[in-house]
Design a protein around this ligand. Structure first.
Ligand SMILES: [Zn+2]
Length: 329
């Protein structure tokens, strides 16, 4: 079991399952994740174009504005929720769906990730999510991280006239990396285990086809404290600067980093972790967040991805239902 006697460091960023309250408090747990694409992926909101942003990075002589590809917050939440519900179905035999307005509102997943008021008149309760995702940015420019594929319609001649083209959606290239933070607020240690389990086991993001969007989530750290940690955008900028300064990579300028053909996930992981930790020290004179010891992190991940997750979810289920009763009164 996951309790404060075994893991006292969790106490500062979580609440005990018997102390869950509908009034928000300031218990935050940040999970630092590097998402690595292991296949092509489609992340688009209009069905065709990859979502892009325009981001300034660097300073002084060496500064650039580049166009990162985006992995929207919703794409991450949607995929993790779908996966979390199916995991729960396997372990607890619950039957809760992804359909908005008809979620069960009493399972561990609904209570943690939130749900809209039900469409039938029985319940007007809506539950606010206590898991916060943040839009993630590629480290490389869209010109190298994204493939826009146009297929020419087959024709007989060497026609030079305009041919009908079939537009395929933009594909993010395999190997593309997204530095990401997932933040839990007022979650219990059991709920943290659930989110870690989902993060370790979920391997598909983006458009729901079987062959695309394979992702490896590298969990680089768990941090607890009384406030939120640094955001994805600042971390992404930091990593780009660090890759330029890193003598083990051969990049002489920001331009070379953002147009590189690939980045090594291990090198980027190292820079992501140190960027996060430097910002904790520096931002606003230091944030009230601390890294959970390595041993605890690996034990938690082991628990979350092992057989005991079922037992943990069962324990949490009673607490989640008590929480909902409290909200419904
Ligand atoms: Zn549910």
């Amino acid at each position: 079991m996951i309790d404060y006697d075994t893991y006292p460091e969790l106490e500062r960023g979580t609440v005990h399952r018997d102390e869950m309250s509908i009034a928000p408090q300031s218990n935050f747990t940040s999970i630092l994740v590097l998402r690595e694409l292991e296949s092509h992926a489609i992340f688009t909101t209009d069905g065709e174009n990859a979502d892009l942003a325009s981001v300034a990075v660097g300073s002084g002589e060496d500064r650039e504005t580049y166009s990162p590809g985006l992995l929207f917050m919703r794409k991450q939440t949607g995929s993790d929720r779908r996966f979390g519900k199916s995991l729960q179905r396997d372990l607890l035999d619950t039957d809760c769906t992804m359909q908005v307005n008809s979620m069960c509102q009493e399972c561990v997943e609904c209570v943690l990730y939130g749900s809209a008021a039900s469409s039938d008149a029985d319940s007007s309760l809506s539950i606010t999510s206590r898991v916060m995702y943040d839009t993630a940015y590629t480290l490389r420019d869209a010109t190298v991280a994204i493939d826009d594929k146009f297929q020419n319609a087959p024709g007989d001649d060497y026609a030079k006239e305009a041919e009908p083209t079939i537009r395929e959606p933009d594909f993010f290239e395999p190997g593309t990396l997204f530095p990401t933070v997932v933040t839990l607020r007022d979650a219990t240690p059991e709920e943290l285990a659930f989110v870690l389990g989902v993060t370790v086991k979920n391997k598909r993001y983006g458009a729901a086809t079987t062959r695309l969007g394979r992702v490896k989530n590298h969990i680089l750290g768990v941090y607890t404290g009384s406030e939120e940690g640094p955001a994805n955008l600042g971390l992404t900028r930091d990593i780009i600067r660090r890759l330029r300064n890193d003598s083990s990579t051969a990049h002489e300028s920001i331009q070379e980093v953002i147009t590189a053909s690939a980045h090594d996930p291990e090198t980027v992981s190292k820079h992501l972790q140190s960027s996060f930790e430097d910002r904790i020290e520096r931002e606003h004179g230091g944030l009230d967040i601390e890294r959970v010891p390595e041993e605890t992190i690996s034990e938690l991940i082991g628990t979350a991805s092992g057989d005991s997750l079922a037992e943990i979810l069962e324990t949490q289920r009673d607490a989640s239902q008590a929480f909902i009763k409290q909200a419904d009164e």
